[in-house]
Write a protein that binds this ligand. Structure first.
Ligand code: DAH
Length: 347
């Protein structure tokens, strides 16, 4: 019996020494410590002994069983610890490492200005509308009272795409025509249309072949120049501050009569004269006027019944003034450092 126990102890100890993981250990346990396993077999063997022998061997066998069970338990604890440590090592986070930097974008400066104007105009009951950038000559010129061959066309340096009929719109004013045609001469109109325009004129840092305008059109009964002035004044004060004044200078556009040039008092020098206003105390920011009766008529609005005003702001010019930008190319490059700079800068 003793020999059997010592053989079995040696066998189990050897096997335990070569166990690598908990799975192997549990397999080994069911092999040796299950009911029908060799350890229990020894216990069962006790039944066949007489009481004298039982006394002598009982102690030995019990000690043997408890020693083996303890060996299994200890190894289990050891392997469990090892596995836990391995897992912790694999998931280890070095909290002293600097965090990954997340780059947050910034709104495009022009887009920001346009959104500001849109919000203001919507609060005044205007709709924001859109029109095609590839436009027909009919809408860009003819229905705006600029017939073929008229010298007013030259001023716009238009990009023609196909013959004389299809072009890149040189102004957002064709959206006035498109909006009136939709109104079918019946409904009052209040819209603004911010959008891209294109001209072949890019000779210096203040001109680009592509630029943005914010067009406005209001058609209703008994609309006057003072309605236009009041509306423009609200926009100007919102963008540049309450102490900035608006003035109208006579001008000429084919599609408005009378036509005006909109100047604002220089927010930098307050009319004293500085470099921004070229020493004049005033800065031009838009063209505007009372919608020409021919334009109303061509788009289906009877000029005896309806009147309207229209305006067209240069969006880049407004943003350059508002944010003190010297070169309009800044609006179209993708350098976040620049966008972020202006994102924080409010007048
Ligand atoms: N479309 C004109 C331009 O590009 C600007 C303009 C002037 C728009 C007068 C208007 C307006 O709506 O009434 O130079």
């Amino acid at each position: 019996m003793k020999e059997k126990i010592s053989c079995l102890t040696e066998e189990i100890t050897n096997k335990l020494n070569s166990v690598h993981d908990l799975k192997e250990l549990s397999e080994l346990k069911s092999l040796y410590l299950s009911k029908k396993g060799p350890v229990n077999e020894l216990m069962n063997y006790m039944k066949e002994l007489n009481s004298e022998e039982k006394k002598a061997y009982g102690k030995i066998i019990n000690e043997f069983k408890s020693k083996i069970t303890t060996s299994f338990d200890n190894l289990k604890i050891k392997l469990e610890n090892e596995e836990l440590n391995k897992k912790l090592d694999a998931e280890k986070i070095d909290i002293s490492l600097p965090a990954t930097k997340i780059n947050i974008g910034a709104p495009n400066i022009l887009e920001k200005l346009i959104e500001e104007v849109e919000e203001l105009m919507m609060s005044l009951g205007y709709d924001v509308v859109d029109g095609p950038e590839i436009e027909e000559d009919k809408y860009n010129f003819e229905m705006l009272n600029i017939p073929k061959g008229h010298p007013a066309r030259d001023a716009q340096d238009t990009f023609y795409i196909e013959g004389e009929e299809i072009l890149l719109r040189s102004q957002t004013s064709p959206v006035q025509v498109r909006t009136m045609l939709k109104g079918k001469g019946k409904t009052p109109i209040r819209v603004i249309c911010p959008g891209k325009t294109f001209r072949r004129d890019d000779d210096d840092a203040t001109h680009s072949h592509q630029f943005m305008q914010i067009e406005g059109l209001l058609v209703d009964k008994e609309v006057s120049l003072s309605d236009l002035k009041g509306t423009i004044d609200v926009i100007v004060k919102k963008l540049f501050g309450d102490d900035v004044e608006t003035r109208f200078r006579p001008s000429y556009y084919q599609f408005t009569e009378p036509s005006v040039e909109v100047d604002i008092s220089c927010f930098n020098c307050h009319k004293k004269g500085c470099n921004i206003c070229k020493k004049t105390g005033w800065i031009t920011i838009a063209g505007a006027g009372i919608v020409h009766p021919n334009v109303l008529k061509m788009s289906g609005y009877d000029p005896k019944e309806w009147t309207g005003f229209a305006f067209g702001f240069g969006a880049e010019r407004m943003a350059m003034l508002k944010y003190g930008i010297q070169d309009c190319r800044v609006f179209y490059n993708t350098d976040l450092r620049e966008s972020k700079l202006f994102d924080r800068k409010e007048v």
